[in-house]
Write a protein that binds this ligand. Structure first.
Ligand code: SF4
Length: 498
């Protein structure tokens, strides 16, 4: 068996993953946010190469675009012999164990292994990754004196040129990795023996809490296909430990949960009973009325879309800070009245925040009721921008202070129906209250159907032709428009209830 550092780490989490990679790779489900993480990782990796100054990158490709590992290994040897100080993607293969070191840095006594991560803190699983590299490089005869993790400093704020010494944090992991070194051979043997034992026959490995930690497994949908729907795994806010405890006791369906008298929180019980007993919607008219009575016309229905950059491209930004790039605004002057619509969509090559704030202050006058869905998110973004643009702060904070939250009746379960499946997201609330309306169906939108797709599509605009950009921008506007139209329709339904 040929192992790489990613295979080693995945094999430690569950060796069946490696079997699936070989025999059933088509069963993998890679979610979009994971793809965005990989894309961000590439940007971070490229920048990190410059952390120690001059470097040589030994990456080589074959004609088909795949990595040419043989050439990379040869080049690494040549660079070591030439006395190169920083070798990026330094590659080694020993006894079927392959690894590429992000940065192999020569110090006065030997070599440092530097592993680059795009996260802003160190995670336990990184130590397995780094210790595997230590194991392979020691086999290759290198004198390793230091092992470091180079990750993003979440507190860095960009002002002018990127400062790599500030953008990254270098953490010394030498002691921990050397302490774990003795485990590596046994771990490799365990993974190899498992795969040799099962051969071509699919392993009978049951799902467990380890399917989600340290990473959510891409084969989870396949391995959990025997679960009933709904199952204990669909209960809102149930902990991993509790759902697997129930599962391993054979308590899987909502029927099992009710018959066995499993203790749940009030909201979880409401969810399970509503679905299992097919209950009609629960409506607390008084409490709903007290919520909607707080909204005064004219109402400004507002929704932001945001995205994040691990490496801040613009000034006054921290890594991974939420950047509002778009909003939709429906305006209604009286109950049941006509709707006006305003919108903003930025340009991904520049910082969209100033233009967004300026237009928002023109679109939303002071002292009006602004209705959002989940006020914590919108309010935080507005506070951040008020701090950034003092000349708009008074107006922005006036909008902020007059925000009301349409999510409250659903979050507090003043309304609950089985269609919500324990959620109070507007993506569940809208179809529950307004079913069978194609105009209000997120699935009928072109291209962009949810916030994740919007946050990926916006920065990706720059990679498209002007014609394609026009289509994507239209789709982004249509998606955000539906988010605020949804609020209008949901409020109409709340009025009908009380
Ligand atoms: S879903 Fe779980 S059991 Fe299946 S391969 Fe992944 S980690 Fe292993």
């Amino acid at each position: 068996m040929r192992l790489s550092k990613s295979k080693y780490v995945r094999g430690l989490q569950c060796p069946k993953m490696l079997w699936m990679d070989k025999y059933m790779p088509e069963k993998a489900v890679v979610n979009q946010s994971l793809e965005a993480v990989f894309a961000n990782g590439d940007v971070v990796g490229d920048l990190a190469m410059q952390y120690y100054g001059d470097f040589v990158e030994v990456t080589e490709f074959k004609e088909d675009g795949s990595l040419d590992l043989g050439k990379m290994i040869e080049r690494t040897q040549r660079e070591i012999e030439n006395g190169t100080i920083n070798i990026c993607e330094a590659s080694f293969s020993e006894d079927g164990l392959y690894c590429a070191v992000d940065i192999l840095h020569k110090n006065s006594d030997g070599w440092d292994i530097v592993e680059v991560k795009s996260s802003s803190h160190i995670r336990d699983v990184y130590f397995d990754d780094m210790t595997y590299q230590l194991f392979v490089l020691k086999k290759a005869g290198l004198d390793i004196t230091g092992i470091y993790n180079l990750h993003i400093n979440g507190n860095y704020v960009r002002h002018g040129e990127l400062d790599l010494q500030q953008l990254f944090t270098l953490e010394d992991c030498t002691e921990t990795c050397f302490a774990k070194l003795a485990d590596v051979q046994k771990n490799i043997d365990d993974i190899s023996n498992y795969l040799a034992d099962v051969g071509e026959i699919e392993p009978l490995k049951d799902i467990d809490v380890g399917c989600e930690k340290p990473y959510e497994c891409i084969y989870y949908k396949y391995c959990s296909r025997h679960l009933p729907s709904p199952s204990v795994f669909d209960i809102s806010r149930i902990s991993s430990a509790k759902k697997y405890e129930l599962y391993h006791k054979g308590i899987m369906s909502y029927e099992d949960v009710i018959e066995q008298g499993i203790k749940l929180s009030k909201n979880q019980k409401m969810q399970v009973e509503a679905e299992y007993k097919n209950l009609p919607p629960y409506i607390d008219k008084e409490k709903i009325k007290s919520c909607v009575d707080e909204y005064e016309y004219p109402i400004y229905y507002l929704d932001f879309e945001t995205y994040q950059q691990t490496v801040p491209l613009f000034d006054d930004l921290k890594p991974n800070q939420q950047i509002p790039f778009q909003y939709s605004l429906h305006i209604q002057y009286e109950k049941g009245g006509e709707l006006e619509h305003r919108e903003f969509l930025g340009d991904p090559t520049t910082d969209p925040r100033r233009a967004l704030c300026e237009q928002m202050c023109r679109d939303i006058p002071k002292d009006v009721c602004t209705l959002v869905y989940n006020d914590a998110f919108e309010k935080t973004r507005i506070r951040e921008m008020a701090e950034l643009y003092p000349y708009l702060a008074e107006h922005l904070m006036n909008i902020h202070d007059n925000i009301k939250d349409l999510m409250i009746p659903f979050k507090n379960k003043f309304y609950y129906s089985k269609e919500l499946s324990g959620s109070y997201s507007i993506k569940y609330v809208l179809p529950a209250l307004c079913p069978n309306d194609p105009e209000l169906d997120y699935h009928s939108l072109e291209g962009i159907h949810n916030g994740s797709e919007a946050m990926n599509a916006y920065p990706d605009l720059v990679n498209h032709t002007p014609e394609e950009q026009a289509v994507i921008r239209k789709n982004l506007l249509a998606y955000c428009n539906l988010d605020t139209l949804a609020m209008v329709k949901v409020l109409e339904k709340l009025y009908d209830m009380c």
